[in-house]
Design a binder for this molecule. Structure first.
Ligand code: ZN
Length: 127
């Protein structure tokens, strides 16, 4: 089933996301292909097409995310809600390595997302 999201809403989401992937932070100008409008709560998990459930994602992060809505923190083994790029601040949950190549999680949510979305396998993650 194809879903309809208006061009106006897509433009507003792109602007709110500052033209970067909400997960690995890749800027549109460094990504081959266009960043995708993604559903923060996947439609398969009853997520809506409403603007507050939409964000920008690169194809890799969106692909790894799939239908996941939670992740397991590899330190505490707790299941935590998946990072929400619309309501949570990236820099509170993640940090770049000093050389800018790797992302590490600062919180249970951040660590869970690094694993669930394979953020360090993303070839764009060093941008
Ligand atoms: Zn990404």
């Amino acid at each position: 089933m194809s879903r309809y999201i208006s061009e106006l809403i897509k433009a507003r989401v792109r602007e709110a996301a500052r033209d970067r992937c909400g997960y690995c932070q890749s800027l549109q100008k460094y990504v081959l292909g266009i960043l995708e409008i993604e559903h923060i709560i996947p439609t398969a998990a009853s997520g809506s097409d409403d603007e507050d459930n939409l964000w920008l994602s690169c194809r890799l992060c969106n692909g790894y995310k799939g239908m996941q809505t939670s992740a397991v923190d590899p330190v505490s083994n707790q299941t935590v809600p998946l990072f929400n790029p619309r309501t949570q601040k990236w820099s509170e949950h993640f940090a770049w390595s000093e050389d800018g190549v790797y992302v590490s999680g600062l919180t249970a949510c951040g660590r869970g997302a690094v694993v669930a979305l394979q953020l360090n396998n993303c070839p764009f993650a060093h941008f």
